[in-house]
Write a protein that binds this ligand. Structure first.
Ligand SMILES: Cc1ncc(C[n+]2csc(CCOP(=O)(O)OP(=O)(O)O)c2C)c(N)n1
Length: 578
């Protein structure tokens, strides 16, 4: 039977079992929206901005393990996706993004709302393609889903010119696909497994370093079993947090420039670093030449390009993390690293993560996150970027029932709230909370309307310090306290150079409470420690509408410890209660 390209598009989505489509219409996508009208079994979600849309698809994908699917129009619709595409691709999140395009005969003519979105996204996606012939449409969509979800997951952009959407052609959609030039290796080379186990047999101070790859391959349960069988302590990157439960006695903490003392010291002192699904970026290594200097390094990654890119590796294993962990679990003997574990426990006790009680109110980020830990047991927690993200990655407790979503690679402000919306759509039975700063929430605050109209009771925790706090902290610590363009309470009447927040500072703009209420959300401002728990509980019990909780925190609270730029992990500036 002959059907239009737009009809085939809908058929393909249903065949790929897409149940939620994040979509924003426009002229060059109108045929696709026409074909979507009234279709059953596919929820079409209309966010309020394409950036919010793509972050929502990302949050949906990370929290469900399914491919997130976006549809936007050409030109500005497509370019508004760019930050979200880079965010997702950097963190290996599977997305397929469909963009409307001007008709093929107008491509390259500076037509109205024409951009070369394939060219723009080539370096920030896994694959990007324009469909130029109606007969290629089905196979291209099939390929897109396969490439997005296989191997190291990533973003695929499929650009659909209007004439292809309108053209009649076959209604066939392939069941499977073979791509000769793309065959990700997931199987495990047993010789390398044996080598890595021999290396562990000689070790006295080994550490597992787990990254996002372990969470992406959903290897948490086998990984916990492997840690328990071998008795090897576990350090995580922020993307790997939750790879084993954070309350597990073998869990040490996060490493990196805001890592815990015990984790960073364990990495500096270990003799075998068994790393799985990490890419050793500069946020975790500190000064590269000093990183894990005493250790033989084993590196498991599905992406051959990440092996020995930043850190010279002794034993590479290119395979899917879960397959490697499963093979290790089968072959690994039980070891005795008792003394090494005692040493790490000692470091944990000596300098635990924590936060001094600052100010009168007691409303510290630590207190807020601790209450979240206590109150929510089955939840997805998203973060924005800035101090709010760093505090969350430090203090949030994760179990196999709790997941944290954060923009680790790109560090995108504005990610947290829309990602929470996507996560709630994908997990209606879980509590979904976003923890963000007063700066980042304003980057996609328009999505409050999306949360309200789709009756999504997400909980939006704004840690309001009146500053772009993370940048302000760097200015305080490394730029002589010159608070340049970081105060969000600045008004024209203020002095041009000011670094002393006081009770006389101008009112905050906007009033988050009135703003949230105007959208139809519930909103509560918290200024005293005693109110934290009851407010979070009230939000947890609220149905059908989002709740904004604005926590007024100390204006100059810092994230500590911190490793200054260019320094090794052992050079931490400490803080907390020590
Ligand atoms: C889109 C984007 N723009 C700029 C930055 C740089 N940046 C990183 S953290 C930060 C401050 C964030 O401030 P806020 O959202 O108030 O959070 P806080 O650090 O105070 O918790 C900025 C500007 C970024 N990461 N992303």
């Amino acid at each position: 039977m002959q059907i239009t390209g737009a009809e085939l598009f809908v058929k393909a989505l249903l065949a790929e079992q897409v149940d939620t489509l994040f979509a924003y219409p426009g002229g060059q996508a109108i045929d696709l929206f026409n074909a979507l009208y009234g279709v059953e079994g596919l929820d079409v979600i209309l966010p309020r901005h394409e950036q919010g849309l793509v972050h929502a698809a990302d949050g949906y994908a990370r929290s469900t393990g399914k491919v997130g699917v976006c549809l936007v129009t050409s030109g500005p619709g497509a370019t508004n996706l760019v930050t979200g595409i880079a965010t997702a691709n950097y963190d290996s999140v599977p997305l397929v993004c469909f963009t409307g395009q001007v008709p093929t005969h107008l491509i390259g003519n500076d037509a109205f709302q024409e951009v070369d979105i394939v060219g723009i996204t080539r370096s920030i996606s896994k694959y990007a393609v324009t469909v130029r012939r109606r007969e290629d449409l089905a196979i291209t969509i099939k390929k897109a889903f396969y490439i997005a979800r296989s191997g190291k997951p990533g973003v695929v952009v499929v650009d659909l010119p209007k004439d292809i959407q309108q053209a009649l052609g076959s209604d066939g959609y392939p069941q499977s696909i073979e791509i000769r030039s793309y065959k990700p290796n997931t199987s495990v080379h047993m010789g390398q497994i044996k080598k890595s186990l021999d290396c562990l047999k000689r070790a006295k101070h080994p550490v597992f370093l787990l990254g996002g790859g372990v969470n992406i391959s959903r290897a948490n349960e086998v990984m916990t079993a492997l840690a328990e069988k071998t008795g090897i302590p576990v350090v995580t990157t922020i993307m790997g947090k939750g790879a084993i439960p954070t309350s597990h006695p073998l869990y040490v903490g996060n490493l990196g420039i805001h890592g815990s003392y015990a984790a960073n010291t364990a990495i500096s002192e270990c003799d075998v670093l068994f790393s799985i699904g990490v890419r050793f970026n500069d946020r975790i290594t500190g000064k590269v030449s000093e990183f894990a200097k005493k250790a033989a390094i084993i590196h498991v990654d599905i992406d051959p390009a990440s092996i020995s890119r930043n850190i010279e590796v002794d034993i590479p294993i290119v395979a899917d993390a879960k397959n490697v962990i499963t093979a290790l679990l089968e072959k690994a003997p039980e070891f005795d690293f008792h003394e090494w574990r005692m040493q790490i426990d000692e470091w944990k006790k000596q300098k635990p993560l924590g936060m001094k009680q600052t100010g009168e109110s007691g409303v510290t980020p630590f207190a807020v996150i601790q209450k979240i830990n206590e109150i929510f047991s089955d939840a997805v927690i998203t973060t924005d970027v800035g101090q709010n993200q760093l505090w969350t990655t430090q203090f949030l407790e994760l179990t196999d029932q709790k997941q944290m979503l954060t923009s680790g690679g790109l560090g995108t402000m504005g990610y947290g709230f829309p990602a929470a919306i996507g996560a709630k759509l994908g997990n209606p039975d879980k509590d979904v909370i976003t923890i963000c700063g007063d700066g980042g929430i304003q980057m996609n605050i328009q999505e409050m309307a999306t949360a309200v109209v789709y009756e999504l009771p997400v909980i939006i925790c704004i840690l309001n310090n009146g500053y772009l706090g993370n940048v302000r902290q760097w200015q305080e610590m490394f730029f002589d306290k010159r608070y340049s363009s970081t105060c969000l309470r600045y008004r024209k009447s203020c002095a041009a150079a000011c670094n002393t927040p006081s009770a006389c500072c101008p009112e905050y703009t906007p009033d988050f409470i009135r703003l949230a209420e105007s959208y139809g959300a519930k909103a509560i401002r918290v200024q005293r420690y005693e109110e934290i728990e009851s407010t979070l509980s009230e939000a947890k019990n609220t149905e059908k509408i989002p709740t904004v909780i604005e926590f007024i925190i100390e204006r100059e609270e810092n994230v500590l410890p911190i490793v200054p730029p260019g320094k090794p992990l052992s050079d931490m500036i400490m803080g907390g209660d020590e």
